[in-house]
Ligand binder design. Structure first.
Ligand code: GMT
Length: 409
């Protein structure tokens, strides 16, 4: 539970239900910097950048900062309450003239309103498009008072969308105009500088996980409900977009299943789920593949896993793999983007070329058929999460950055 003894589970907010809601009682934790009032904007849907932004907001609130989420819906992982957490809905008014409702403008207006009404110290936007453009507009609307904004780049905002000709000039501009820019891996920092021709400093603050929430926990998983004692459990978690190559997950699993009794847990949902279900039927493993759909408390399902699979075409970081590692689950991932910064091949799991399902299945079998290796890699995975990526280590980096940005003004 995120907020320890004082935590209470929030009643889910329906979009439109509350414009400005104080999310209830909770307790502050420790605060190393001055308390700040921070507006956070992210995509509230099921995706890595939204998860990082939400967890960041929760952690900052626990440390005594006032956090104001500004988005079109309550972020999906925001299931806990705290008296320093607030949500401000962005209402996008439609009109027959608009083929495309101008969300960027509605967001900028709401950022401006919240900055004034709540006396915000700064804005922190996750995912450059269009959030950093809205923040730029809000800062300009505040004229002399202004408000600094920090942009955190997550991956596809640079690698897929941002580099597209339609968005490139605006993405480059809003990154250059940000008061500070962070990338979630060294890989993404390099790509941003090279492909967008960015000359300003882009700092790396890696993604993080709450190691008290994501931890090995016997009994956290109702494993017996889904698999027998003899069966090994392989787990995948994503938004099932093409970049995740979910059909490779099924392909890898089918190869493993030919050799040993096993089940595959598919957590999440998205456009490629139907194809993955079809492939499972084609391969004759549909009875062994369980689609859980979108889940909030993913830590309990991750805890069921003997191996976590992430065969993506591209990952700037691979947050889902880190969450599995923190639960002590060895991982088999593609060697792409920033993944090697998180997982060291042969230590916390194995890396293989994207698209090489045969190697991935052999690597998964290697772990599953050797209990010593499995135990060693599981412990190494947990240790790496603890030493490098725990929120206790990473959140202070954001706090220092915020302080610096405010002082620079
Ligand atoms: O690919 C996703 O899951 C969505 C995307 C997002 O922005 O929501 O994820 C990106 O950000 C995550 C959180 O920082 C990273 O862990 C993912 O690696 C990154 N995805 C890609 O680079 C494809």
């Amino acid at each position: 539970m995120l907020f320890g003894q004082k935590a209470v589970r929030a009643a889910k907010f329906e979009p439109g239900q509350a414009k400005q809601c104080n999310l209830g009682p909770g307790g502050a934790a420790f605060l190393e910097t001055q308390p700040m009032r921070i507006g956070i904007t992210c995509y509230p849907t099921y995706g890595g950048s939204g998860v990082v932004a939400t967890e960041l907001g929760l952690e900052l609130a626990l440390r005594g900062h006032d956090i104001h989420f500004i988005s079109y819906a309550v972020p999906v992982r925001m299931t806990d309450t705290h008296n320093r957490l607030h949500f401000h809905e962005v209402e996008v008014v439609n009109y027959p003239l608009f083929d495309h409702p101008p969300y960027t403008l509605a967001l900028a207006s709401q950022m401006y309103n919240v900055a004034v009404n709540e006396q915000l110290d700064l804005l922190h936007v996750h995912y450059a498009i269009p959030h950093s453009v809205s923040a730029y507009l809000a800062r300009a609307m505040l004229r002399e008072r202004g408000i600094p904004f920090v942009t955190t780049l997550h991956g596809t905002d640079i690698t897929l969308v941002g580099a597209n000709r339609s968005y490139l000039p605006m993405t480059r501009f809003s990154i250059e105009e940000s008061n500070a820019v962070t990338a979630i891996s060294e890989y993404l920092r390099r790509v941003t500088v090279q492909e967008l021709g960015i000359e300003r400093t882009v700092e790396v603050i890696p993604n993080f996980v709450n190691c008290d929430v994501f931890k090995p926990a016997d009994g956290a998983c109702q494993r017996d409900d889904f698999a027998t004692r003899r069966e090994k459990v392989l787990v995948h978690l994503s938004n099932f977009r093409p970049v995740k190559r979910v059909t490779d997950v099924v392909e890898v699993f089918a190869r493993v299943r030919r050799r040993i009794p096993a089940k595959l847990f598919m957590i999440g949902d998205g456009p490629d789920r139907v194809t993955a279900e079809w492939l499972a039927r084609e391969k004759g493993v549909e009875r062994d593949v369980i689609f859980f759909g979108k889940q909030n408390q993913v830590q309990s399902l991750l805890n069921c896993g003997d191996v976590f699979l992430l065969p993506s075409e591209m990952e700037s970081f691979g947050l889902a793999a880190l969450e599995a590692m923190a639960c002590g689950v060895p991982v088999v991932c593609s060697r792409v983007g920033g993944v090697p910064e998180v997982i060291r091949d042969g230590l916390e799991g194995f890396l293989a070329p994207a698209g090489d399902s045969e190697t991935m299945s052999l690597r998964a079998l290697q772990i599953l058929e050797d209990s010593d290796l499995h135990q060693r890699m599981g412990q190494a995975a947990r240790a790496r999460a603890l030493s490098e990526f725990c929120s206790t280590k990473i959140i202070p980096l954001y706090e220092s950055l915020y302080q610096r940005v405010m002082e620079e003004r």
